[in-house]
Design a binder for this molecule. Structure first.
Ligand code: DP6
Length: 399
């Protein structure tokens, strides 16, 4: 950082990924610190297809901290945002007392302007808060040159955000301590570990989800005995099995565990009182389609998982992607309004055999799926070097 920055504004822009859990987080033991009742495990998706971008500017000129999300100014006083800002500033203070006492006076007293956007629809059930908070915490850490356990700070923005601090395959250890210091994310394997793994996001609806995950899981903790059983008796063993399957690149075990875990999560939602429904008719048809497809080949070639919304996320392997996309198109004939049905990584084309479509034997549902995003595992947060990509202009306001 330059010697005298009082007249200047310092900008840093970073990007962070979405992650999709294969062992789900659902339920907190501490609402303020965001400490979970079970460990969880996710795959970080590639930022070429899905990412959050955040610019943070810092200056003596700024009168107050401010934030803009997807072009609109939001309330900076939200408790979760305040937790992230407070914890990052705490790290700055800690470093200052450890090292050079004068060095960081500026960055501590200065206010920040934050501007963040996603390259995918917010609230479409695509874990936008995870990418958003991971990006905020990572960008602040780069701007203020702090190091330390950043995943515990991202966790205080949104639980699942701690897993977006790493690429590849990531576990979030639930931890035992009351202060949450051991509730951290850790990379299990990097994104390069399983090059054949592919991900298809089947976007069913981009409408706002009915019950947000924060409120939903709170009601589940209060009312579902199945959730308690899951956290205590199912997840610990499932975490070990999942990690082994990933290490061995054993898709059939990985896929089966992923589907069972998604189903159990949605079963706990049904066991919540009053019950919560995230899956809709299209989601259930996708589940049926996947099982019939796998049964036809007598092996698990594709696996589904659903978060707090109706969109399906499909994990599969490269050799099966193009055929499965054709199958989806066949049973959910897309709208022909010019919008591309398949976005992201190209999948190639194959023609479907009558034998396969006959074996699946499902009614078609035109326009049931709006579009597919084709992607793969990817890296963690990154700094953007190109200064023309800052989301804030030279005056520190959104461009
Ligand atoms: C179903 O991380 O969005 O996607 O911690 O309250 O912000 P808060 O919840 P959030 O919950 C994600 C729930 C999930 C499962 C998962 O990602 O593990």
């Amino acid at each position: 950082m330059p010697e005298d920055t009082t007249q200047d504004i310092i900008f840093v822009t970073c990007t962070a990924p979405v992650n999709i859990a294969v062992v789900k987080y659902w339920g907190k033991r501490d609402e303020d610190l965001i400490l979970p009742i079970n460990s969880s495990l996710s795959v970080t998706l590639h930022q070429d297809q899905l990412k959050s971008t955040t610019t943070v500017a810092c200056s003596a000129r700024f009168k107050e901290d401010r934030i803009w999300l997807n072009g609109k100014e939001e309330n900076i006083n939200q408790p979760r945002l305040q937790s992230c800002l407070r914890e990052i500033r705490r790290l700055v203070r800690k470093r200052r007392s450890n090292r050079d006492p004068g060095a960081d006076v500026l960055s501590l007293s200065h206010k920040v302007h934050i501007c963040s956007e996603n390259n995918f629809p917010t609230a479409a059930g695509l874990a936008s808060s995870a990418a958003g908070y991971a990006c905020l915490v990572y960008t602040l850490s780069r701007l203020l040159s702090v190091e330390g356990e950043l995943s515990t700070i991202a966790r205080q923005g949104s639980g699942s955000a701690c897993r977006s601090m790493y690429g590849g395959f990531v576990q979030w250890h639930m931890g035992m301590r009351a202060d949450g210091k051991d509730s951290v994310a850790e990379q299990v394997e990097p994104e390069s570990h399983w090059p054949e793994l592919r991900v298809l996001v089947l976007v069913v609806s981009a409408e706002r989800k009915p019950v947000g995950s924060t409120a939903g899981m709170q009601t589940s903790v209060d009312t579902s005995s199945l959730l308690k059983h899951r956290a205590e008796a199912v997840v610990p063993g499932r975490m070990d099995e999942m990690i082994q399957a990933i290490r061995k690149r054993d898709f059939s075990t990985f896929g089966e565990l992923t589907m069972k875990d998604s189903n159990q999560f949605h079963a706990t939602c049904l066991d919540t009182y009053p019950p919560i429904f995230y899956l809709n008719d299209v989601s259930r048809r996708v589940i049926g389609l996947v099982h019939r497809y796998n049964r036809h080949y007598r092996e698990t070639r594709v696996a589904y998982t659903f978060d707090a919304g109706p969109n399906a996320v499909i994990y599969t392997l490269q050799p099966y992607v193009s055929e499965f996309v054709q199958v989806v198109k066949h049973f959910f004939p897309p709208e022909t309004n010019g919008e591309e049905f398949l976005k992201g990584l190209p999948v190639g084309t194959v023609s479907l055999s009558d034998e396969l479509t006959r074996a699946i034997a499902m009614d078609t549902l035109p326009k049931g799926i709006r579009y597919i995003i084709s992607t793969k595992p990817g890296p963690g947060p990154r700094m953007v070097e190109d200064t023309s990509l800052h989301l804030l202009g030279p005056d520190g306001l959104p461009r």
